[in-house]
Write a protein that binds this ligand. Structure first.
Ligand code: GTP
Ligand code: MG
Length: 368
């Protein structure tokens, strides 16, 4: 509310009403015990009593889960979440595969690798989470729902092809999301490779390499010949450290859906990147308009895990329905999960209805 009644205000301050009325008078405001005063006036008077007031939160939105505010001292360093972006065929998948092979497959041999849209690499004792989804989806679908997933964007540009339309698109996505870019100039093993030309082209988009006096890290790599991978990983870790990426692991989990599907045998399956808190098997969750209890969790190697901390991607089972990429996961109690999920479903249905109505109308016009 924008206003408060003098009597209630005095009570909140823990002061006599008379004292408050006197202070108001001194400020040139004639007010009675039952009069309403506005927030600005109230905060000025409160100041005089040495009290800082904050405005009450707006009425609760039944489709929202109350946000937990983490005190600075609860925050711990978490691994960076990195998205690989770039033009078609410039070598995004090859680069991810190369990084993965040199770093994780050794102790993964024989394990069945599951596709969960993200995976972790351990390098120099530190973890890095790579988003395995096409870079554009990671940005568009997720950001459309207000979820920021990526900490660092690795822009892959083929040294023999140079800057192309999707290279520019990727730069724009990363920039508008405020995500720092590391450039990987790929395919330097090729005869026709011209890394300098790529660097030259990138200056037109405000990306100037450190070598040339700018502040963008550019690493020449070859996914095929496994050149420059250490350099790239080291730079990712340095940038992560500078960015001071932190989260509170000791609170109810919050995360974002990377991808989800209906599995014949297992029911709804959602790959989720945990962003805050720790998710445990048995937790009651709400994920977009879906809810349930975490029945089981798998990491990207298909191994069962009991908990997942910030920046960890996991596959979760136990939801009542299939959520969408970008939907937010929250841990809450069962009653809240049920009722909020229901409200969200209603909202989703009614907006779908609107869309349909509009389409029908347009169709009608088109037929006339
Ligand atoms: P999309 O997913 O289709 O956008 O492509 P991508 O960016 O994932 O590229 P991908 O890894 O599929 O590689 C495209 C082609 O480039 C393939 O034929 C790769 O073998 C080749 N390629 C990738 N990296 C290198 C490299 O370092 N050197 C050479 N010579 N070829 C490469
Ligand atoms: Mg690919």
């Amino acid at each position: 509310p924008e206003t408060i009644i003098v009597k209630d205000f005095a009570e909140k301050l823990g002061r006599e009403v008379g004292e408050v009325i006197k202070k108001l008078l001194m400020g040139g405001i004639m007010a009675t015990i039952n009069q309403e005063i506005d927030f600005e006036t109230a905060s000025l008077i409160a100041d005089e009593f040495g009290v800082t007031v904050t405005q009450e939160a707006p009425p609760e939105d039944p489709t929202e889960i109350e946000e937990i505010v983490d005190a600075p001292e609860t925050l711990k360093v978490r691994p960076p979440v990195v998205t690989i972006m770039g033009h078609v065929d410039h070598g995004k998948t090859s680069l991810l595969d190369a990084i993965r092979q040199t770093n994780v497959t050794s102790h993964e041999a024989g394990g069945i690798t599951q596709h969960i849209g993200a995976y972790q690499v351990r390098y120099n004792g530190k973890k890095i989470t790579f988003m395995d989804t096409p870079g554009h989806e990671a940005f568009t679908a997720m950001r459309a729902r207000g979820a920021q997933v990526t900490d660092i964007a690795v822009l892959v540009v083929a040294a023999d092809d140079g800057v192309m339309p999707q290279t520019v698109e990727s730069i724009n996505h990363a920039k508008s999301a405020g995500v720092p870019i590391i450039v990987a100039i790929n395919k330097i093993d090729k005869e026709s490779a011209n890394p300098e030309h790529v660097m030259q082209q990138l200056t037109e988009y405000g990306l100037i390499s450190e070598e040339w006096g700018g502040d963008t890290i550019m690493v020449p790599v070859s996914a095929h010949k496994k050149i420059g991978l250490d350099d790239l990983l080291e730079n990712i870790l340095v940038l992560a450290e500078v960015s001071e990426l932190k989260a509170n692991p000791n609170r109810p989990a919050q995360g974002v859906v990377i991808e989800a599907k209906l599995d014949k045998g297992r029911g709804p399956v959602a790959s989720v990147l945990i962003q805050k808190g720790t998710l445990h098997v048995g937790d009651t969750i709400i994920v977009g308009p879906c809810f349930g209890k975490v029945r089981a969790m798998n990491n990207e190697r298909g191994e069962r895990v009991k908990k997942a901390e910030p920046s960890i991607p996991v596959e979760i089972l136990g939801l009542n329905d299939v959520p969408e990429a970008g939907d937010i996961l929250d841990v809450t109690d069962e009653k809240t999960a049920r009722s909020v999920a229901e409200k969200r479903m209603e909202k989703k249905r009614s907006s779908a209805l609107h869309v349909n109505a509009k389409v029908t109308l347009d169709d009608l016009f088109n037929q006339i």
